[in-house]
Design a protein around this ligand. Structure first.
Ligand code: ATP
Length: 459
């Protein structure tokens, strides 16, 4: 069975009171190629720096091979890092750049020679040992940086966007080289990128991050084919995401048309998000499908045509085909049940609120919560609280109380609907509660997400 090499437990990190990683948990197995993928600023580099020892968590533990790493100096960790800027020594040649770490370790000369030449072979630079760094191309410099990192035979290699500075063609070639190298060396790689193509082509496991949290962990195929949220579906590739309903087990409806699908266990007529990849729609004769539309625009993208179709409800659907179709043609669209992804609507409570003094936000007369927001008193805001962050407890221990109005069973938990004054708040919990019960409700202050209204685009 695979062994856990890195175990990140409840990692929180704040800079100047701003929390950039929230209760982050992740296990990385030995010999795994794991990619942290997410938009700029989501905390990927911060996480990598903490594993490397260049920064420390505000709270939480990092274990390596079962041993606590917190407080261990970077050079005492069995870990090496390759940065986006390779930080090579320009005055040294290729050999001496790669040999640098080994010389510091004071290894015998002939051993250094053997190890360096082996590492250069790995990166296909064995004929460049005597070359000055500034006489190398960008791709070759990146290979030297890789050789310098692997020559020390770390158990874990951290790679922070190592290909970002290279042109597209070179990036594509190096992707495969990196993956091959990881396999042949048997080193665990943690790779940071915001390029989804890179993540999908190289990794065993992809961790999708946003705003300092893990949104989904899975194989590239799982993440691509079964995105769990709208954010993941959007981020990981071009998708059609439309509102829909689950009519019953194995039947969903979107754009007013029912389709067979592979999903079960939703409530009858539950509102859902439906995801269909552009390559999964098939264009057919308009009489062959109830979902019809008109070809509105198209672009040729080298190997495929991207065709935008305005459907019967006025929604724009994007289709990729190898065949060209004329503009204005009325067509039908079909999709294989296997290629329809049904996602739960994200469990989030959204309210309007007003900031009060001392970082409190008022949602109603009954609900006034502590927040981390420093917005001025009187500012009108939108408050978001994930249903999983709404905790139910004794009334004495809680921020406010309410009466349970309804309970919906989900796959692995219950959604509990609680009425407090004129507001309803939903809590996702694994504990069993009863309708009619009065319960205390509390939310950790850092889980109360406050935005000024124009900041909230995607609600
Ligand atoms: P990118 O893809 O742009 O590199 P990232 O996902 O790697 O982004 P991080 O560099 O980890 O993101 O940054 C996460 C957040 O932490 C950002 O809001 C950033 O401004 C902030 N941050 C990072 N380092 C510091 C620091 N030393 N002091 C203050 N804030 C920081």
């Amino acid at each position: 069975m695979a062994k856990v090499l890195v175990d990140l437990k409840n990692i929180c990190k704040s800079f100047d009171e701003m929390e950039v990683l929230h209760d982050f948990n992740l296990q990385i197995m030995e010999n795994e190629f794991v990619t942290l993928l997410g938009p700029s600023g989501c905390g990927k580099t911060t996480l990598l720096r903490m594993i490397g020892g260049f920064d420390s968590p505000s709270s939480g533990e990092i274990y390596f091979d079962g041993k606590l790493l917190n407080g261990v100096e970077p050079n005492e960790r069995p870990i090496n890092t390759v940065f986006q800027r390779y930080a090579l020594f320009p005055h040294l040649n290729v050999f001496d750049n790669v040999a640098f770490g080994l010389k510091i370790k004071k290894l015998p000369k002939d051993e250094i020679e053997k190890l360096v030449m082996d590492a250069l072979k790995q990166v296909h630079l064995e004929d460049f040992a005597a070359r000055k760094i500034d006489r190398l191309s960008g791709g070759q410099q990146q290979r030297v940086a890789m050789a310098r990192a692997i020559v020390l035979k770390p158990k874990l290699l951290l790679l922070d966007e190592p290909l970002a500075a290279l042109d597209r063609k070179l990036r594509q070639d190096l992707r495969y080289e990196l993956k091959d190298m990881q396999r042949s060396l048997g080193i665990t790689f943690i790779y940071v990128t915001h390029d989804q193509e890179e993540a999908l082509t190289m990794s065993d496991t992809v961790v999708i991050m946003n705003e300092g949290r893990v949104l989904q962990i899975g194989s590239p195929e799982m993440i691509y084919n079964e995105p769990e949220t709208r954010f993941v579906a959007n981020f990981i590739g071009e998708s059609n995401i439309v509102d829909g309903q689950m009519i019953k087990d194995n039947v969903c409806m979107f754009e007013g048309v029912q389709f067979p699908c592979t999903y079960k266990g939703f409530s009858k007529n539950e509102e859902v998000d439906i995801v269909i990849r552009p390559e999964d729609f098939l264009i057919v004769d308009k009489d062959k499908s109830k979902l019809t539309g008109v070809i509105d625009s198209k672009t040729f993208q080298g190997s495929i045509h991207e065709i935008n179709i305005i459907d019967i409800k006025g929604t724009e659907l994007t289709v990729h085909t190898t065949k060209d179709y004329p503009l204005g043609l009325e067509v039908g669209l079909i999709v294989d049940p296997e290629n329809i992804t049904v996602m739960k609507k994200p469990g989030v409570n959204v309210y309007s609120g007003v900031m009060e003094a001392d970082q409190m936000v008022r949602i109603s007369d009954d609900i006034i919560l502590e927040t981390d927001s420093e917005l001025e008193e009187g500012t009108e805001v939108v408050v978001r609280i994930l249903t999983q962050d709404v905790l139910l407890d004794d009334i004495d221990e809680s921020d406010f109380e309410g009466i349970i109005q309804d309970i919906k069973k989900r796959d692995m938990y219950y959604d509990v609907y609680i009425k407090t004054g004129d507001k309803t708040i939903v809590s996702s919990t694994s504990k069993v509660h009863r309708v009619g019960e009065t319960t205390g409700i509390w939310v950790k202050r850092e889980k109360v997400i406050v935005n000024v209204e124009e900041d909230v685009e995607n609600e």
